[in-house]
Design a protein around this ligand. Structure first.
Ligand code: 5GP
Ligand code: ZN
Length: 122
C-alpha cells in the first residue's frame, strides 16, 4: 500500500488520471462514489492535497478539515440523505491507519447512507 503521492491512487483520481464517478469537485476537494459501495449512498470526499492520514493533520490543517466536513454535510443534502428531522441521516467515517482499517493512504471521509443493512461499517 502506497504512502507516497507519486503512486497514490486517490491523487490519481483527483488528477483525473484514474476514472471515477465524480459527484463534486472544486479547487480544494473532490468527491466520488466508492467503487465497492457498502451502502446505497457511499461517497468518498478527499482533499486534492495529499495528506496520508488524519494522524498527519495538525493545527494548520484545521481549516481544511472544517471545510471538508462542511462539504460532507452539503453533499449529503444534495444527495438527498441529510438529516432533516425525520428518519433520514448519514454516517461519516474516517478510517486511520491499519488499526483503523484504512486501505488507501490519502485522507478521505466516507459518506454512507441508505437502507440497512449496510455491507460494511455497521
Ligand atoms: P479506507 O478503508 O481506506 O477507509 O477506504 C478506502 C475505500 O476506497 C474503500 O471503501 C474502497 O472500496 C475504495 N476504493 C478503493 N479503490 C478505489 C478506486 O479505484 N476507485 C474508487 N472509486 N474507490 C476505491
Ligand atoms: Zn494522495
Amino acid at each position: 500500500m502506497s504512502h507516497d503521492r507519486s503512486t497514490c491512487l486517490f491523487c490519481k483520481i483527483a488528477d483525473g488520471e484514474i476514472p471515477s464517478s465524480r459527484v463534486y469537485e472544486d479547487d480544494e476537494f473532490v468527491a466520488f462514489r466508492d467503487i465497492r459501495p457498502a451502502a446505497q449512498t457511499h461517497v468518498l470526499v478527499i482533499p486534492r492535497r495529499h495528506i496520508s492520514t488524519l494522524s498527519d493533520c495538525g493545527e494548520n490543517d484545521a481549516p481544511l478539515l472544517g471545510r471538508m466536513f462542511v462539504l460532507v454535510a452539503r453533499l449529503a443534502k444534495e444527495l438527498g440523505v441529510a438529516y432533516t428531522g425525520g428518519e433520514s441521516g448519514f454516517r461519516t467515517v474516517v478510517n486511520t491507519g491499519p488499526g483503523g482499517g484504512q486501505e488507501v493512504y490519502h485522507l478521505h471521509a466516507h459518506l454512507l447512507a441508505g437502507p440497512r443493512p449496510w455491507l460494511r461499517m455497521g
